[in-house]
Every structure is written in structure tokens, then in C-alpha cells.
Design a protein around this ligand. Structure first.
Ligand code: NAG
Ligand code: NAG
Ligand code: NAG
Ligand code: ZN
Length: 511
């Protein structure tokens, strides 16, 4: 019964799809677009943007696409995400040097520093051992954010997690343990051996990261300091044992710059980015709340942060490098809360669209990828337009109960009630925090091991194609921007000789 109703509805709303002309002309249009790509964009990338969906595996991308379409009243499958519009796609192999299924720290070292590393470590090679401070020295590797800064570009970091969390930290820190967020999280031995916490490294290693926006405020303040937004809440107090106030130190450092420190959305939106040189925005003591539960008074959306960041950074005539992390896709999945994870993904995609409006493919290389996947999937022969958080159209032919299309391989959604699988008809599986069923009970669902997608557009985007190691990504981005290690192809450009190709001349004019 249910099935026949669905088929009736979906056929009614997609009458045009019955006509071969519809599919043929759409495919012909796509073919023309593909043919136009044969003339490669070999401009120099003045600007580089990396969008990183933490935990945004391919199943997450597909489900988020359907959600995005359904949020605007369509059946969803035919919708295009902003990232779907990018002309080039590759696959990244995500394993860490010591892990088949990767974590966010080792992978961040790969796609930011160009070197695969051990899980749990950031900005150090695989010769460094997790948690062993004395294996840091001599094994540091630098990131594309630093290469860009060294080349005179402006640089920025925007995330919905703590700014000293695994993903952003590989851009500036060298740390054998991703958990060393401030000195309070570090063992005494590591401090005695001279290792520095990640928050401190954010301000000390690369002295002027022009834009820093995200959460993680408490790691910047001394442990006797109450939080500005949650005064009197003990868990949100500063954590630093060394008594330092890194925000005051940051403000003091740039006496002859126009700098802004902001901690809420209102102050962020009141800023005129044209008059700002450097900006530090710390909007939460820890991670942001999920976008679905965001306090719109105090926390900006990821899209708003990206827009402000680009407007500040793009004033540099030498261009910029921007790292944007949609950091809580991963958290939604770990909690088995697919609805949170997918709404986070839709918001990341909105930020990608906004960045596209503020930049040009002629001088900006934009890459969208993930660090790793999750054991998240959806299936069950659902009909066209089935609500992405809905049920499969049949009962299990084993336990005679319904099941949601979205399921996890493991995680907190494992539900056995009185010895049998929970009957989801009796629960509200469409609520924001519903935890989809999993095959194996775990307090936190795990990462997945399959490849992730790399979407790219702009100068040299075509170099991201095929199945590649994840650490290849910053090598391409640096090559495209003529920064970092291989710049031979840029020589004619820097000599300003008469022989350089027209595309380079064009890039120069744009500068
Ligand atoms: C490094 O530290 C570890 C303990 O974390 C210790 O066992 C080892 O001997 C130290 N190595 C050196 C070369 O100091
Ligand atoms: C925190 O401790 C330092 C050093 O003892 C002191 O100077 C400062 O006033 C204290 N701050 C607060 C908010 O209690
Ligand atoms: C599952 O719950 C629904 C609604 O409460 C009920 O109609 C159905 O019989 C239940 N199925 C089983 C196998 O218990
Ligand atoms: Zn994770």
C-alpha cells in the first residue's frame, strides 16, 4: 500500500522525466560543458581555498544532496550540491601511516602538510610517535598555510570546532598528541621536555594568521577566568595553567594593525571587513553547537564566517590561503545523529556556494574534500523522493519490523529492547537527535575506511583526478599557486620574461 502511494506521487511530480528528450538534452548539455573543459585552466592560482568536511564520506555527500533538495520541496536525488558543480573529482586514499581507518589528525597532516603521518599526530612526520614529546623534534613538517604566508599571501582558518582541534591544528602546530589542546591537557613530562600545547602554537608558530574563526575560547584563557558568554559555568572557564591570556597577547602584538577580537555574531556582523587587517573570532568555549541548534544571537553560521574571512583576506594583492572546516559533520555521525551530520553538510555546502560568489575560477583554486568517511549509509530500496530520514518501504522479512533507510555499521543507535530489535514505528525517528540503528553497539560510532571525494575548480584543478594518496592535495594546490617546493614552472612568470604563456600574463593582470 505504502509503496504504491509513493510511486503514484513520484510519477506525478516528475512527468518530464518520462520523456527521453529530457534526459537526452540534459546529458547533451553536460557533454558540452565537459568538452569546454578541454581547454585547461593553467592560470596561476592567486587564491587557494580548501573546504574540509570532517567525516564527509561519499554516502554523506549523497544523503546531504537529497536533504538539500527536500528542504526546498523537491524529491532531492536530482538536486545539485554546490560541490557537485565543480568540474573535477578525484578519490583520496585516507589511511594513516599506522592506521587502515584514519583519524582527523593524521589525515590533516596529509592534506595540509603533504606528508602522511600517524593517527593522533599533527604537523609531524610518521617518525614521531603519538604522545611521546621527545619524538617531535626534527620531525616537524610545515603546512601549505605556512608556505602561503611565507610567499606573502594572507592566510585564514575558519571552523565550527575548536580552532585548536585536529583539523585546523595541522595548519600551524607540530604536536605528537591532538589532545594537547592547552597545557592543562598535557602530561607534566611533556611540558618538562619542552613540548608546547596547540593553543599556544596557534599564536606562536606562524606569528600572524590573518583570520582565525571558530570555537575553543577556553583554551586561550587562564584557569581562574570565567567565560564571557557563560559566566559562572565552571566547565566553560579558562583552562590554562600557565596563567597566560593568549587573546590579550594577540591584541597587544599588532599595535600598528587594525585588529578585531570578537566572541559573538553581532560583533562579527558589525565589522566592516574592508577596514580589518587581522581578526580573531572565538565564538564558543568549546565546539560550536550543531547548526540546527545554533544560537543565532551569539554564533555566526559557517557561511557568515567564510564570507567575512574572504572579504578580509582578499584585500592582499598577493592573494590568500583559506582553510574552512565543516567540523561537526563528524560529531553528528559519531553520535549516530544522522540528521545533525547532514544539516552540517548542507551548511558547509552553502558556505562553498558563498565562496564561489566572492571569488573567480580564473584566479582561485577551490578544493572540497573530507579527511575520512564514517560507517554511515542509506538504502532499503526507497522510492524516489522518500524522505531522507524516513523508512524503507518494506518490513524486514526476518523480524517483520520496519527500518529506517539511514543506518550505521556501529554506534550508539544499537537498540535491542526485550531481546529484540526496536520497532522504529513506535519512535520519532525524524527528530533532530534520533540515533539511527546500528549493527554493533558502541558509545561512539567510528570512522569509515573507504576513499573520500576531492572536488576541485579553478587553476590547475584538473591535476586532481583519478585515485590519489591524500597527501597529494597540498602539492597540487601549492603548484597551482607557485608557492612551496616546486616553482620551476613559475620562473618565466617571476622573471617577467617575454616568453611566458598568455594564461600567466592573464593571471598577472588579475593581480
Ligand atoms: C623519550 O621519552 C620516552 C618517554 O616518553 C623515554 O622512554 C625515552 O627514553 C626518551 N628518549 C630519549 C631519546 O630521550
Ligand atoms: C587570576 O590569577 C592571576 C595570578 O594570580 C591574577 O593576577 C588575576 O587577577 C586572576 N584573575 C581572576 C579573574 O581572578
Ligand atoms: C511495530 O509497531 C507498530 C506501531 O506501533 C505496530 O503496528 C506493529 O505491529 C509493530 N510491529 C512488530 C513486529 O511488533
Ligand atoms: Zn571523528
Amino acid at each position: 500500500h505504502v509503496l504504491s502511494v509513493f510511486i503514484l506521487v513520484s510519477c506525478r511530480c516528475s512527468e518530464k522525466e518520462k520523456n527521453p528528450l529530457y534526459w537526452n538534452s540534459a546529458a547533451q548539455h553536460t557533454l558540452q560543458n565537459a568538452l569546454s573543459l578541454q581547454e585547461l585552466n593553467k592560470n596561476i592560482a592567486k587564491n587557494l581555498i580548501l573546504f574540509l568536511g570532517d567525516g564527509m564520506g561519499i554516502s554523506t555527500v549523497t544523503a546531504a544532496r537529497i536533504l538539500k533538495g527536500q528542504l526546498s520541496g523537491h524529491s532531492g536525488e536530482e538536486t545539485q550540491l554546490e560541490m557537485d558543480k565543480f568540474p573535477y573529482v578525484a578519490l583520496a586514499k585516507t589511511y594513516n601511516t599506522n592506521a587502515q581507518v584514519a583519524d582527523s589528525a593524521g589525515t590533516a597532516t596529509a592534506y595540509l602538510c603533504g606528508v602522511k603521518a600517524n593517527e593522533g599526530t599533527v604537523g609531524v612526520s610518521a617518525a614521531a610517535i603519538r604522545g611521546q614529546c621527545n619524538t617531535t623534534y626534527g620531525n616537524e613538517v610545515t603546512s601549505i598555510l605556512k608556505w602561503a604566508k611565507d610567499a606573502g599571501k594572507s592566510v585564514g582558518i575558519v571552523t565550527t570546532t575548536r580552532v585548536n582541534h585536529a583539523t585546523p591544528s595541522a595548519a600551524y602546530a607540530h604536536c605528537v598528541n591532538r589532545e594537547w589542546l592547552s597545557d592543562a591537557e598535557m602530561p607534566l613530562e611533556a611540558l618538562q621536555e619542552g613540548c608546547k600545547d596547540i593553543a599556544l602554537q596557534l599564536f606562536e608558530n606562524i606569528p600572524n594568521i590573518d583570520v582565525i574563526m571558530g570555537g575553543g575560547r577556553k583554551y586561550m584563557f587562564p584557569s581562574n577566568m570565567s567565560d564571557v558568554e557563560y559566566p559562572g559555568e565552571h566547565k566553560h572557564m579558562g583552562t590554562r595553567r600557565d596563567g597566560r591570556n593568549l587573546v590579550e597577547e594577540w591584541k597587544d602584538r599588532f599595535k600598528n594593525h587594525v585588529t578585531y577580537y570578537v566572541w559573538n555574531r553581532k560583533d562579527l556582523l558589525a565589522i566592516n571587513p574592508n577596514n580589518v587587517d587581522s581578526m580573531l573570532g572565538l565564538f564558543e568555549p568549546g565546539d560550536f553547537p550543531y547548526d540546527l541548534e545554533r544560537n543565532v544571537e551569539t554564533d555566526p553560521s559557517l557561511t557568515e564566517m567564510v564570507e567575512t574571512a574572504i572579504k578580509i583576506l582578499r584585500k592582499n594583492p598577493q592573494g590568500f590561503y583559506l582553510l574552512v572546516e565543516g567540523g561537526r559533520i563528524d560529531h553528528g555521525h559519531h553520535e549516530g545523529k544522522a540528521k545533525q551530520a547532514l544539516h552540517e553538510t548542507v551548511e558547509l555546502d552553502r558556505a562553498i556556494g558563498r565562496a564561489g560568489l566572492l571569488t573567480s575560477i580564473h584566479d582561485t583554486l577551490t578544493v572540497v574534500t573530507a579527511d575520512h568517511s564514517h560507517v554511515f549509509n542509506f538504502g532499503g530500496y526507497t522510492p524516489r523522493g522518500n524522505p531522507i530520514f524516513g523508512l524503507a518501504p518494506m518490513l524486514s522479512d526476518v523480524d517483520q519490523k520496519p527500518f529506517t533507510s539511514i543506518l550505521y555499521g556501529n554506534g550508539p543507535g544499537y537498540k535491542i529492547v526485550n531481546g529484540v530489535r526496536e520497532n522504529v514505528s513506535a519512535v520519532d525517528y525524524k527528530q533532530n537527535n534520533y540515533q539511527a540503528q546500528s549493527a554493533v553497539p558502541l558509545r561512539l560510532e567510528t570512522h569509515g575506511g573507504e576513499d573520500v571525494a576531492i572536488f576541485s575548480k579553478g587553476p590547475m584543478a584538473h591535476l586532481l583526478h583519478g585515485v590519489k594518496e591524500q597527501n597529494y592535495i597540498p602539492h597540487v594546490m601549492a603548484y597551482a599557486a607557485c608557492i612551496g617546493q616546486n616553482r620551476l614552472h613559475c620562473r618565466s612568470f617571476s622573471n617577467r620574461g617575454p616568453q611566458f604563456p598568455a594564461s600567466l600574463a592573464k593571471a598577472m593582470l588579475l593581480c
